[in-house]
Ligand binder design. Structure first.
Ligand code: SF4
Length: 356
């Protein structure tokens, strides 16, 4: 399925990760530990990487954070981005420390001369730059805001162009999902640079996930966006599975388990939500693309699970396991998860052993 071919953009090198220039959409996040606390920040970077983040951003609000960068850069398994506001000297310091990318908001980093200083040193060091603008600071209605944003970006981008700097990523975020969509569509039309997309301050819990999924998902389906960040409050590691689900939903990731569960109804014989959670956890280390269905009954379950590679269907006392559309086991409901895992493991091992 190639449901969302990327718009062609310049490739921007962030350490050993390429943003743009290909189909691959990079997942990134941001630590929320004090950056000067190297131990805590590194721990969070490692947790983010283990969950699937390919790039991690750290805030650099002061000298103490800047001084922590060499250690973090040395120990981090993924390229780091320094997030800087208001102080051009911090951006220059981060670049000199060897950061892979700096994120600046030209609107608050200082004069044109200061921005040009950052660009020149980044060019010399091979550091990428993201110019990130949050629309909250711009104001106006939708149409006016889009126009103003593009005008502001044009002005900034001219500075980069005249310095012959093209390792540039752009982001234009808003806490309003529709505004985010509209602005990014316009930006994608105007510029060849890769876009970092996300809905900023998207709320909490379900609301945050829904807003991010609609905003990011819609843009990706239009071929827009080269790196994504799902903004959720609290532990940033929670952002990564949501980002992966979004990429999976739009057909940009075809690996790992796609779990589907019936919504359950009056025929349900098992707690599908509980079973689905257990199965998700048990199969989390599988990276080959398989679809697993958790169905509440043996009456409609097998039919409704059509298309799943494997399915588990609850029965009156005993339920059924299906593999590739065929019934392969009948076991007590409480043994369904174990039986499902045995069937999947045996099948995947067999595939590994088959001569190519
Ligand atoms: S699979 Fe069975 S329990 Fe689940 S929604 Fe369909 S009929 Fe109801």
């Amino acid at each position: 399925m190639s449901s969302c071919k990327r718009s062609q953009t310049i490739g921007v090198k962030v350490g050993d990760v390429m943003i743009g220039g290909s189909e691959h959409v990079v997942i990134q996040s941001m630590t929320n530990t004090p950056t000067h606390d190297v131990k805590a920040t590194l721990q969070q970077i490692l947790a983010l990487q283990a969950a699937g983040a390919e790039i991690v951003r750290v805030a650099v609000p002061d000298k103490a954070a800047l001084e922590a960068l060499p250690s973090l850069i040395k120990k981090s398994p993924v390229p780091l981005v320094a997030d800087i506001h208001f102080d051009a000297a911090l951006a220059i310091g981060a670049i000199e420390a060897g950061i892979a990318k700096v994120r600046i908001n030209p609107g608050n980093i200082g004069s044109e001369a200061k921005v040009r200083d950052i660009i020149r040193i980044a060019k010399k060091q091979g550091t990428a730059i993201r110019i990130g603008i949050n629309s909250g600071s711009i104001g106006g209605d939708h149409d006016q805001l889009v126009k103003t944003s593009i005008n502001i970006l044009n002005k900034y981008i001219d500075w980069f162009k005249s310095e012959r700097f093209d390792q540039l990523v752009i982001s234009m975020k808003s806490s309003n999902t529709l505004e985010t969509i509209k602005m990014n569509k316009q930006i994608a039309k105007h510029y060849p640079y890769p876009l970092h997309i996300g809905v900023t301050e998207s709320g909490v819990g379900d609301a945050a996930i829904v807003h991010s999924s609609i905003g990011i998902g819609h843009l990706l389906l239009k071929g827009i966006g080269n790196t994504i960040r799902v903004s959720l409050p609290g532990d940033p590691v929670k952002e990564i599975p949501v980002a992966r689900e979004i990429l999976q939903a739009v057909g940009l990731i075809r690996e790992g388990v796609r779990l589907i569960a019936c919504p359950s109804c009056g025929r349900t014989q098992i707690n599908t939500e509980k079973y689905a959670k257990i199965v998700t956890e048990k199969l989390k280390d599988i990276h080959v693309p398989i679809k697993v269905a958790i169905m509440g009954c043996v009456v409609n379950g097998p039919g409704e699970a059509k298309g799943a590679t494997y399915a588990l269907c609850g029965g009156k006392k005993e339920g059924l396991i299906f593999a590739h559309g065929q019934q392969v086991r009948k076991v007590l409901n409480e043994d369904l998860v174990t039986a499902l895992q045995e069937v999947i493991d045996a099948d995947l091992n067999k595939t590994k052993e088959e001569p190519k």
